[in-house]
Design a protein around this ligand. Structure first.
Ligand SMILES: [Zn+2]
Ligand SMILES: [Zn+2]
Length: 218
């Protein structure tokens, strides 16, 4: 399957494109249903499949969002930016990771990648606009220094900070286990029970379940 509609959550619909092996990274296409505004989150690869999924939404693409700068999350960013004429937004603390993504990809996969060409970094935890809707940013350093979660109210995109029954690795440059644990504790405290969490790899789960699991393991 080239893409899968995960459902409607609040005012948004969420579609996922799972990229090819070995990363199987979740690229999410979020559509604000009332306005048709679209965000493409973590386009890790398979640009054409992502563009096909965007075209199927028949909305207005506004931006690429990066939860963080690892190559499996931004490998198709340049192609998506160029095809849709939209910028890429990421946390400013992630800039060194984004700059190093091509080298990291060469180390893992043997080839360089084109990083984002129109990078618009943001600071802190801003409220971002998707059409008339607001996306809340939670800064969640630990997996990487400028990793964030994007909070759409009824669901949250957690990148590689938090997976279903798992947390991100901290052994890559800029990673910090201590920071990651603090970030997960902090973000889970902020979320309502019913919010769905969709991560960078694997399935989603509700915040209620994530909190219960985190209390057991932390
Ligand atoms: Zn990562
Ligand atoms: Zn990843």
């Amino acid at each position: 399957m080239s893409h899968q509609h995960l459902g409607d959550f609040g005012d948004f619909s969420v579609t996922v494109v799972v990229t090819s092996p070995p990363w199987y990274e979740n690229c999410y296409i979020v559509r604000h249903r009332p306005s048709g505004a679209l965000a493409v989150v973590d386009p890790g690869g398979d640009a054409q499949r992502i563009l096909d999924a965007v075209a199927a939404e028949a909305g207005t693409p506004e931006m690429v969002l990066l939860t963080h700068g690892h190559p499996d999350h931004l490998g198709a960013a340049r192609a998506i930016e160029t095809a849709l004429k939209i910028p890429t937004l990421a946390h400013i603390d992630e800039s060194p990771v984004i700059a190093a993504a091509s080298d990291l990809n060469r180390a893992f996969a043997g080839e360089p990648i084109a990083g984002p060409g129109d990078l618009q970094p943001f600071k802190g935890e801003p409220a971002l606009n998707l059409g008339p809707a607001t996306i809340r940013v939670h800064a969640t350093p630990g997996h990487t220094p400028g990793g964030v979660c994007y909070d759409f109210g009824a669901f949250v995109l957690t990148g590689d900070t938090l997976f279903k029954n798992g947390l991100g690795r901290t052994d890559l440059p800029g990673g910090s286990e201590q920071q990651l644990w603090a970030s997960i504790t902090r973000v889970l405290e902020r979320l309502p029970d019913d919010a769905m969490l969709f991560s960078g790899h694997g399935p989603g789960w509700p915040a209620r379940e994530a909190r219960r699991w985190w209390q057991m393991v932390s």
